[in-house]
Design a protein around this ligand. Structure first.
Ligand code: GUN
Ligand code: FE
Length: 431
């Protein structure tokens, strides 16, 4: 009896195992074993160690087992807008497309319809963890939170704050905004192991100093992380300069109000940061969500990822739905590699392009670090995994590294046959 109980917390999976402990290269185990104990990776091994010999093995044959994907930045309420209005730049796009769509989430029936679909899409595309902006509406945000819990996916979900420089139909009263945020935090901190709240000032131009200051205090009081946008567009950067001449730069506005690494922080985009700002991000361990689809769509620019990596800043990938039009992280990996090549040419070959293991790292362990030990199969990591069947592609004499390259560029949700989050197999959500 006691022996069986001990074994029940051990699961063994066999297949071709690929992950990136460091960005330089893939860790590859051909026909290897992953031993999962108490929902965490105990070890990966080429041969099954003697002590596990009488435990059943789930054998995936020629399929590839990889860590689940991490999306460090997306806007759930913008999902119905994916692929729309992308011939505009950031600020007119927000006014014409984004704010009117987000205003609809006052209606929780509408929110339930869209958010059920968003959660299903995350599941389908193998995004096992994500960092999500909801809208300003507390009830709809709570609804999204509960749908993610029900689905068994990992996420941070934020109620957006915006109380200036936006249309009346979406602008919050300052005190109402703070009150709703406090209520959201009170109701959701500690509610779930996998889904957690996050402080979410939209960006400096739409938040008064009072909101920023109080949100910084709430992040400390409730011990929750922070997400926002930083230096995405040249017009936006100029606007912040006009709004805040008292600050040295855009990043120091967040920093001044304890919203820049005082608690774990992720900033989306970071295309136009100065050396000082990048230094501050490194010192404060701020994460950057690199969102290349969005940056191309909204003519924002190309983030110098190599520069940030060389400086030791944490970088992960974001779909930025709906600035980005694709929710699947493999597609974001591919475009991150592509734009890094243009950056390389633009900089006289100074900033080297990102390799395949590097973009894979960014979309797994790079962003996964924001969640703790997530995104790798090293000992002690939460077992978040995807099983990839690439047998639909032509040609079968490829190396495992080539097969993963091909999946990143050509694959989609149809190649993902099983998904695991924190040790549990996650089935298609049924709401
Ligand atoms: N900056 C402020 N809000 C947004 C948003 O919704 N999307 C993007 N891409 N940038 C923003
Ligand atoms: Fe965004």
């Amino acid at each position: 009896m006691s022996q069986k109980l001990i074994k029940d917390n051990i699961k063994i999976y066999k297949g071709h195992i690929m992950f990136t402990e460091s960005p330089e290269k893939f860790n590859i185990l051909e026909n290897g074993f992953i031993i999962v104990e108490d929902n965490k990776v105990k070890k990966v091994a080429s041969e099954l160690p003697e002590e596990y010999k009488d435990i059943p093995v789930k054998d995936f044959g020629n399929k590839i087992i990889i860590p689940g994907f991490v999306d460090l930045h997306l806007h759930a309420p913008q999902f119905p807008n994916a692929g729309l209005g992308l011939d505009k730049e950031l600020l007119p796009w927000l006014e014409e497309y984004t704010f009117p769509e987000e205003a609809k989430y006052k209606d929780t029936d509408y929110a339930r319809k869209v958010y059920s679909r968003v959660v299903e899409e995350l599941w389908k595309n193998g995004t096992t963890r994500s960092v999500i902006f909801a809208s300003v509406h507390k009830e709809s945000t709570a609804l999204l939170f509960d749908l993610l819990v029900k689905a068994g996916l990992g996420a941070y979900v934020g109620k957006v704050n915006m109380d200036r420089n936006c249309p009346d139909f979406i602008r919050e009263d300052t005190q109402e905004s703070l009150k709703a945020t406090r209520e959201y935090l009170e109701a959701h901190v500690g509610k779930s192991e996998l889904v957690k709240p996050i402080i979410t000032p939209r960006f400096v131009p739409t938040c008064t100093v009072e909101v920023l200051e109080e949100l910084g205090k709430m992040a400390k009081e409730f011990n929750v992380p922070i997400q926002s946008h930083l230096s995405e567009n040249t017009g936006e950067v100029e606007w912040v300069k006009e709004l805040h001449p008292e600050h040295k730069n855009y990043a120091s506005v967040y920093d001044c109000y304890s919203l820049f690494g005082q608690k774990p922080t992720v900033m989306a985009h970071c295309i136009y940061n100065t050396e000082d700002e990048v230094g501050l991000m490194k010192d404060n361990e701020v994460y950057v969500a690199h969102c290349p689809h969005s940056n191309l769509n909204l003519s924002s620019g190309i983030m110098p990822v190599r520069y940030f990596l060389d400086k030791g800043v944490n970088v992960g990938l974001g779909s930025d739905i709906s600035g980005g039009h694709k929710i699947g992280i493999p597609s974001v990996m591919a475009v991150a590699a592509q734009v890094s090549k243009i950056k390389w040419l633009e900089t006289n070959k100074e900033l080297a392009p990102l390799s395949t293991p590097e973009v894979f790292y960014l979309g797994t362990k790079g962003g996964g670090k924001f969640f703790g030990k997530v995104g790798s199969f090293e000992e002690g990591y939460e077992f978040d995994a995807l099983v990839i069947d690439d047998s639909n592609f032509f040609g079968d004499d490829l190396t495992l590294e080539e097969r993963i390259q091909r999946f990143i560029y050509l694959g989609d949700d149809r190649n993902i046959v099983e998904r695991y989050v924190a040790g549990n197999k996650v089935e298609k959500p049924s709401f």
